[in-house]
Ligand binder design. Structure first.
Ligand code: E4P
Length: 217
């Protein structure tokens, strides 16, 4: 499973990228707002840092507007994936942009039917939102499984990009189901390294080592 980082925090992206943990980046209007930065400036910095796809989201609500904004965002760097919402106009924009050879990430997906339409429209990535479904007491991970089954049934090449990931558990569950990509905030990716038994074991080793009075260096 590829790891995308769901942030515009350059330092956090750099730290994970240096460890080989970053296959791409996703942003959205809320993430850009939180960064306090100009969208084109911060996105260019991210694209210079990361080799993989960097999703940058359009804000127009009509297809022509999304296409125009997408082409403008695409001027930032070759590795931009144009992000459009899963509306009827978003699907039209997706078809036009992918036909023209651009990567398109169709976002705000909350149902298997929406994912089926995005694949038919040639989406490069479909972004089902796990956390926002879980927030409503629905099963976000079940949606990932349903889309995996449907795409595999018909050999759709659209990549399933598990989004709105809130916990380390979401990462392993998405990987078990076979999501192609998961995008998560840096803190969630770092939390994947944590285990209470690792901490406990390390405490015991340190305590026993101190009793030996030895040093390695
Ligand atoms: C990424 O593409 C999505 O915009 C993001 O994962 C949404 O996450 P949230 O539901 O935590 O805002």
């Amino acid at each position: 499973m590829k790891f995308f980082v769901d942030t515009a925090d350059i330092d956090a992206i750099r730290e994970l990228n240096d460890l080989g943990m970053v296959d791409g980046v996703t942003t959205n209007p809320s993430i850009i707002m939180k960064s306090g930065r100009d969208i084109k400036e911060v996105t260019k910095e991210i694209c210079d840092l990361v080799d993989g796809p960097v999703s940058s989201e359009t804000v127009a609500l009509d297809a022509d507007g999304m296409i125009a904004e997408g082409l403008e965002l695409k001027k930032i760097a070759e590795n931009i994936a144009i992000k459009v919402p899963l509306t009827w106009d978003g699907l039209k924009a997706c078809k036009t942009l992918t036909d023209a050879g651009h990567m398109v990430n169709v976002t705000l997906c909350f149902s298997a039917n929406q994912a089926l339409l995005a694949a038919k429209a040639g989406a490069t990535f479909i972004s089902p939102f796990i956390g926002r479904l879980d927030d409503l007491n629905l099963d976000g991970m079940e949606l990932i499984a349903d889309i995996r089954e449907i795409y595999d049934n018909y050999g759709f090449e659209t990549q399933i990009l598990a989004a709105s990931i809130r916990s380390a558990n979401h990462m392993s569950e998405a990987a078990k189901i076979g999501a192609d990509v998961a995008t998560a905030p840096p803190a969630v990716i770092k939390a994947m390294a944590n285990h209470v038994l690792t901490d406990k074991g390390l405490d015991a080793f340190m305590s026993d080592w101190a009793k030996t009075g030895q040093k390695i260096i």
